[in-house]
Design a protein around this ligand. Structure first.
Ligand code: AMP
Ligand code: ZN
Length: 468
């Protein structure tokens, strides 16, 4: 398996630190609003990378944080007159709902910055003790020039940075020894959430959060660190400086960055206001369509969002779903018995598409080509299955298609529709539950039915129901 490493600007063979295991950290969102579909791109593409590595037999320890302390969260809390924690918890819960709808697996661990402050204070202290950081008036800065390899990820030269980046000198930070130095800890302002530290009551800088959470949950050295390409500089560059200065070890071996999701060929971002939230898109489309759309491009390429491309994705996805549905129907009424020799040979030909799929994914997770291999398989299955085939053959064909789609995180089975008899049986059970004063169960049944689009109405003549 090859991956493109931003650090070396090359595709490299992936060799894990520990055989059979992958330690992977993906920078998560700052939670002050619903996530937009640009934020969804790293979630979907790195979830797919994870699924593929799991398919290859790796045990993947996947950590992705929520940045739950930040100026934007505090601003929103002030606007709504609630606490910063109310805001972050609300949007973490909403983000998790979006992730589930996009079929993004929960991380092994989703750490919260605010629950890891102790580790941050400790790492900052180590950096001060080693001469890599200094305190001025309650603020702690990282001494960038002291870390020799600074710039190795973004391939920036310190002197160019110095001359080209006067803007690095933010107002109020003129106490820095050098404009390139960045904040590790800052004192609180009136009304802001804060934590005790040896330097001031305050809060950590953004970069130190990821260095600490990665170390705590994955160890001092990890295999893959990932995020959107806007994080290369300064966020990931600063993470490297902090972690390597503190631990004296190479922090991450492979740095993977996704390209941007654009709209009208402009970067989609909250600050430009040209974004759609995942939730908005979910009102128009099944989020499987969004997932398919994201995977139809290589993760490092820029991707332009448009209604046309979403419609095309919807149609393409439904071709796969239809193929799966046909196979299921055929197999329901197919004859029992073992696969014939001729069927075994026919099935063996599907290996070719699996091979193509794997070759594409082995080439830096080329999901665009992997999706093409799935379509070749669909075409083959559509023309090489019939009512006379054995159940075993048809089921194996369906299983093969499902396996590949599952790696991409695409759910291709239609939800089973409830039969009238099943609905009535559930309604009867609900009546019994109510009689027995088991209202929890009665509500549960009502909700289950509602999720499947069945509405109940309690009338004098009894319970009536209808499909939404
Ligand atoms: P943020 O909440 O801004 O820290 O972003 C969370 C993640 O989403 C980071 O990995 C960003 O790089 C990524 N991201 C933000 N906007 C976009 C976009 N338009 N396209 C792709 N990735 C994005
Ligand atoms: Zn990060």
């Amino acid at each position: 398996m090859k991956v493109y490493n931003t650090l070396t600007k090359k595709k490299e063979e992936f060799i894990p630190l520990e055989e059979g295991k992958v330690k992977m950290y993906v920078c998560g969102p700052t939670v002050y609003n619903f996530i937009h579909i640009g934020n969804a791109r790293p979630m979907i593409v790195f979830d797919t990378a994870r699924r593929y590595m799991e398919y290859k037999g790796y045990e993947v320890n996947f950590v992705s944080n929520f940045t739950d302390v930040d100026d934007k969260i505090i601003k929103k809390a002030v606007e709504e007159n609630v606490s910063a924690q109310d805001i972050s918890q609300r949007y973490i819960a909403e983000c998790k709902k979006d992730m589930e709808m996009m079929n993004v697996k929960p991380a092994t661990t989703h750490p919260l910055a605010t629950e890891e402050i102790g580790g941050m204070v400790e790492m900052i202290q180590t950096l001060i003790d080693k001469g890599y950081a200094y305190e001025v008036n309650g603020t702690v800065y990282f001494r960038t020039r002291k870390f020799g390899p600074y710039g190795k990820l973004s391939h920036k030269n310190l002197d160019d940075l110095r001359s080209g980046n006067r803007s690095l000198l933010v107002t109020g930070e003129d106490e820095k020894e050098d404009p390139l130095d960045f904040v590790l800890w800052k004192p609180k302002k009136e009304g802001e959430p804060s934590w005790k530290s040896p330097w001031s009551d305050g809060r950590p800088g953004w970069h130190i959060e990821c260095s600490v959470m990665s170390k705590k949950y994955l160890g001092e050295q990890i295999d893959i660190h990932a995020g959107g390409e806007d994080l290369i500089f300064p966020h990931h560059e600063n993470e490297i400086a902090q972690s390597e200065a503190c631990n004296d070890k190479e922090f991450a071996k492979y740095w993977l960055h996704n390209g941007f999701l654009n709209i009208d060929n402009k970067k989609m971002s909250k600050s430009l206001g040209n974004f759609f939230t995942v939730r908005e898109i979910s009102e128009k489309y099944d989020l499987q369509v969004l997932r398919f759309f994201m995977l139809s491009a290589h993760y490092r390429s820029p991707l332009n969002f448009s209604a046309e491309l979403m419609e095309a994705s919807k149609n393409s996805l439904s071709r796969i779903v239809t193929a799966a549905d046909n196979l299921k129907h055929l197999s329901c009424s197919a004859k029992e018995g073992a696969m014939t020799e001729e069927e075994t040979a026919r099935f063996a030909q599907t290996e070719e598409f699996v091979k193509k799929f794997e070759e594409a994914m082995d080439d830096d997770f080329n999901t665009a080509d992997a999706v093409s291999a799935v379509f070749e398989l669909v075409k083959y299955l559509n023309t090489h299955t019939k009512a006379e085939d054995t159940k075993e053959y048809l089921e194996k064909c369906l299983e093969r298609l499902k396996t590949l789609c599952n790696i991409l995180g695409l759910i291709i089975e239609k939800e089973e529709e409830l039969l009238d008899a099943d609905i009535e049986a559930l309604i009867e059970e609900r009546q019994q539950a109510r009689k027995a004063k088991n209202f929890a169960r009665a509500d549960e049944i009502r909700n289950t039915l509602l999720e499947k689009g069945i509405m109940l109405e309690d009338t004098r003549e009894g319970v009536k129901w209808k499909r939404a």
